[in-house]
Design a protein around this ligand. Sequence first.
Ligand code: SF4
Length: 688
Amino acid sequence: IGTRRASLTSTRTTCGYCGVGCALDVLTRDGDVAAVRPAADGPVNRGHACVKGRFSHGFLRSPERLTRPLLRRRSGLEPVSWGEALDHIARGLRAAVGEAGPDAVAAISSARATNEENYLIQKFMRAVIGTNNVDNCSRLCHSPSAAGLTAAFGLPGGTDGFEDVERADCLLVVGANPVEAHPVVGARLLQQVLKGARLVVVDPRAVGLAGHADVHLRPRPGTNVAVFNGLAHVLLAENLIDEEFLRHRADGLPALAALLDDYAPDRVSTITGVPAPDLVAAARLYGRAERPAIVYGLGVTEHLHGTDGVRTLANLAILRGAVGTERGFGVNPLRGQNNVQGASDMGALPDLLPGYGRVGDPVARARAEQVWGTRLPAHDGLRIAQMFAAARSGDLRVLWVVGEDVCATDPDADRVVEALEACPLVISQDLFLSETARHADVVLPAASWLEKDGTFVNFDRRFQRVRPALAPPGEARTDFAVVHAIAAACGADLGCPTPAAALAECGRVAPVFAGISHQRLDREGAIPWPCPDPGRPGQVKLHRDRFATPDGLAHLAARPYLPPGESADDDYPLILITGRRWAHYNSGNMTRRSGNIRLDAADRLDIHPADAARHGVRDGDRVLVQSRHGRATLPVRVTEELLPGQLFCAFHFPSSRVNALTSGHADTVTSCPEYKVTAVRLRGSPPL
Ligand code: SF4
């Protein structure tokens, strides 16, 4: 045993699954992972990790790992050399730009890739190709958070560090199921409740924390804005507001107060289905707490009016003076993927440069132009859904998809497949021959998070190091190396040859990150942004003296409730909500190829017993689900976790094709898809 233990190598890295950012010690031996230990000194996890971070590494050894580039020939995808694959890509890029201009090329970057990789991809698209057509998958989850928090407070990140949230005496957890989707945070929130904090849960489903809640509000899917306006109405009506804070540090109260006249609890109850007394009780708990905190998830953002949801939720913290002060712990989004925050921080967005300068702002653009030594395009690029539309209409000639399985995870999946089939050159960079890779013309073998060097930014804005515990298999390369190789094949030199150099250069483009470096992270472990100065710590709690808005004030938003894109009707009488399960992660490409498959072997359609009886289905029966957009066949799980009329399903197994059902409706501000509200019917479903 002594000899075997002596041969173990330990590598400190950051979990590559959810946005909690658990620090992990990965023990390797003979080129394989022997064990993963949660780091006792991890700033967020403190010795804990969930089933994904600890045990979902079997995918590394999967015989299905891609180890060579593939190129589409008449007979299908065939292995080729890196040189041949890169030549093909460079020829395609040159032809597209030469014949149709730089905007005929687009890239979808990834919230799973490191900061340095996201930085390099957007730099390549802007400085080499000459287009802002670069987006990342945060478009599909938390883009309304970035827009809503920026409008309310001036910065696109959560307002407080998680250790502050842990001092809260009242937790308002909205549209999130952290016990399954962010288990380490879920456990810490529960500990806080067991220590005496009051808990209000707002979620249509009886999610894990709901059983511990003082009040559980279960609004009809798509009615969040009415709920938040109703809570704000009670805060105002019962004078549970901080008048001094509102006088000196916020604006917008008169317009909001006028709007809230229409959101008395009885009317809100009619819209949302939430009993009026429960709404009042929830508002009183939040409004009377000394140190309230709001934690929310995709149940707030993935709606037709997701940005309005974030704004009206932020209203509650502003009315209470519970943001930017010691009396409360603000508004804090739980990020789904490991690097959702970082991918956007690095400027993998069609309208924003690294550090969130607008591409149309000459000052922000000039700073990047000076560092990169070239002129940059000034008009916004395409968002992900617009890229697919451009491909279908023939305007897009090259689509480069980095580490995303868009056919499995993006909504209205049949239209996504049509887009990939219509685009002359699709490049997929992935660990496996994913659904998206199967439709690609060039497939490049990629490295996983356990094989990479760089940094991630977690949900409370902490940069943390990612270190390679293993080498990628065969000829697989990191996304960082691939972007450099494609640039070189195009005759361009992107500079910043190492991830450390890339982060250093990013700090020159975006001063908000200028104090953060690999060397400093190696010494200090984690550094939150903003951190403009290498000699000073980053800022955990934001907005202490003034908000980051141009006028320094927090902005209340008067937003009316507007109905979701789809509602139940005679043809489609049930509402489908999609989300995640405990053992799996998004498209499931990694977790399905790990031991976790034994814990959860299929997507299941949750259905209330009354609906199950009405449709004559029992646990385990397979049913055909139809929406206006597509169909899927799923086994059912009968459960009272849902209210009658609602269904829930995850999308971890491509064979279930859950996103063939979801619609093209999207947030009116950010284009974040409305995953949480799709009207469906079961085969044989009788009219209501
Ligand atoms: Fe931590 Fe999230 Fe990884 Fe689980 S998946 S170990 S909660 S970072």
